[in-house]
Design a protein around this ligand. Structure first.
Ligand code: UDP
Length: 239
């Protein structure tokens, strides 16, 4: 079937929970979340369909809780609930600036948000709503990076964008090693073999096996998200 409608770009944006913390060491910085929401609005206004996954590391991580004595699975449930809190905060920030949003959770909590149903998520995206995928994969022992890879593949995103605090992927930590080399492009296997710590192996392998391109970029740089969307040289492309 042919259509005169231009094909719209669909992206999955992954933010870590820490990206919302700003300078504090816990919780959500209202100025940061507002700025991220404004950048997401620009992308929506440009006609791009956007799904988001936000981590929970600014509140709880299962592994950290396990170290303090909490059962790992319970800790992971707490981590997943933390991602729902972040999703609700982002929903609020986006709605305040006139963007339509649906939070869809992998764990049922119907009084708070919708359940994740792939077909419904795609319909929301087609209608120009931001969909925030909350509660990770719904399973313990996974991360929100894996949830982001999974959702990106499920919704047929053109690319997954991983927002970080640095400009992209380096051969070593650029903060600690002045000789660290910046990579403009990398293969999935280079990331796995060189243990480059971009995302956990599960998330990378899923992208590799399903040919989901990944761009790692610095969301702290104002306008970087839009530059990525416009295809400018920003961050590291993994494919
Ligand atoms: N989590 C989980 N299953 C998932 C996704 C997340 O159990 O599918 C839990 C896990 O405890 C994790 C926490 O939720 O540590 C928060 O997610 P993550 O650490 O990925 O957040 P980020 O580092 O991106 O802020």
């Amino acid at each position: 079937m042919s259509s005169s409608q231009p094909v719209r770009q669909r992206i999955l944006l992954k933010l870590s929970g820490e990206a919302l913390m700003g300078k504090s060491d816990f919780g959500i910085d209202p100025i940061i979340i507002k700025r991220v929401a404004t950048e997401v609005k620009e992308v929506i206004d440009a006609g791009v369909e956007i799904g988001m996954v936000i981590g929970g590391g600014n509140i709880f991580r299962g592994a950290g809780l396990a170290e303090s004595g909490i059962d790992r699975v319970t800790g992971d449930h707490m981590g997943m609930l933390a991602t729902v809190m972040n999703a609700l905060a982002m929903q609020d920030a986006l709605e305040k600036i006139g963007v339509q949003v649906r939070v869809m959770s992998a764990l049922s909590m119907n009084e708070v948000c919708e359940d994740y149903v792939r077909r419904r998520a795609v319909r929301h995206l087609e209608k120009g709503r931001v969909v925030i995928f909350a509660a990770g994969t719904g399973n313990p022992f996974f991360t929100t990076d894996s949830a982001a890879s999974l959702r990106a593949i499920e919704i047929g995103a053109d690319i997954m964008l991983k927002a970080t605090k640095v400009d992209g992927v380096y051969s070593a930590d650029p903060v600690k090693d002045p000789d660290a080399v910046f990579h403009h492009t990398l293969s999935y296997d280079q990331i796995i073999e060189q243990r480059l710590g971009v995302m956990d192996a599960t998330a990378i392998v899923m992208c590799r096996d399903q040919n989901m391109p990944l761009r790692v970029f610095n969301m702290n740089k104002p306008g970087a998200l839009m530059r990525v969307i416009q295809g400018e040289q920003e961050g590291t492309l993994v494919e």
